[in-house]
Ligand binder design. Sequence first.
Ligand code: PNW
Length: 460
Amino acid sequence: MSQHFPKDFIWGSATSAYQIEGAWNEDGKGPSIWDVFCLIPGKVHEGDTGAIACNHYHRIAEDVALMKAMGLKAYRFSIAWARILPAGRGAVNQQGIAFYNKLINELLANGIQPWVTLYHWDLPAALEFEIDGWLGKDIADVFTEYAEVCFAHFGDRVKNWITINEAWVVAILGYGHGVFAPGKKSTDLPYVAGHNLLLAHAKAVALYRTKFQPLQLGTIGITNNCDWREPFTNSEVDKAAAQRALEFFLAWFADPVYTGDYPAVMKERLGDRLPTFTDAEKKLLKGSSDFFGLNHYTTMYAVDATNNKEQGSVYGNGGLSADQDVNLSISPDWKLTDMQWAIVPWGCKKLLQWIAERYNNPPIFITENGCAFDDKLVDGKVDDIERVAFFKGYITAIGEAIDTGVNVQGYFIWSLMDNFEWASGYAKKFGIHYVEKDSLNRIPKASAIWYKGVIDANAV
Ligand code: PNW
């Protein structure tokens, strides 16, 4: 499998601040919407919170040592906005700056490239109260101020920036289904939040490009998530349904970044529920990503639901389905992870080809791919056969996509360590190293050893 990968392919692993750091109110950090959301009864499985999580805040040295032992060349993490700006804007918390300086320096000292996400869902709570979070008209500018603080303090050493992680999840799960912070349930607000997330991305990139990139010489982009949608039959209506589902999922956020505007199908179906960009905003958006960041986990079949609205009106894993008239399903033959996400490596290959075709073969970095399975200890180690099989399947499929000309340049496993899985709490385990919700254990997994083998085999 290894022969498909270019020699300078980036092999890494990823995490996010709220899911691993803990130290939720230490050293001057302000509360985020996830700190608050977790305290609301019924929102998170068994009332779990990220207050301690993997305690990464206090374990930088040993966690970076684990990365080094695994042979990682790159580590994707996110900055907790409220550690840097406790009230979301205004005064900078120097202890927050010091924490990320220490992490970045430790990574570089160990030959690991930092890939930094500015926003992985932990909005400072002050901004939710004061300016209505991602619904507020000023949020894009406030995000850009925060981004500037990060570029100014870390950009001398950080050369890979990701503005927003998964705007789809923020918009649909945070403002549509209400299952993620800030917990709003609405059919219209996801499109408003999504609009502001895109503008925040574009403004931060414009600032980086004018003020920092010429000297710092880094790259900047956005990471979107998308499943593959396979037409359930060969009928024209099902093929169109699958295409529509992908446009409502991925093109919603990728078209503006590559073409300057939303997909036609969204404009037609949503009418004035979809905000519009001014000409200046279109210009700012078009070409605003140096690379295509993709998080990919699973595949579903798509069926046209135009004449079957009672099923289509239930939202599924694809957004607000009533807007799309698409019904989703999975094959009983597909194996599932413990998240109940189907394991379909060929879906990953098809999605990569779809992106290459629609967006003129951009450099793609898979910034997340992975699976949840319970850990069974054998002689003190996790013999995670299913996870090894998952990675073999997906990495082989990615290699095949590269063979057909798709420009994939990197792959980050989700996640470096098992962590706080948002509304699912600690119930489902991801990643390479196993962490008890309140203990300090990191136990090696067979998949980590296997992944090291892949990295070594592809070493430059
Ligand atoms: C991503 N969905 O979340 C996030 O970037 C990670 O923080 C998270 O731990 C990981 O994937 C695993 O869930 C998603 O409903 C959450 O389609 C939900 C969905 C997709 C991605």
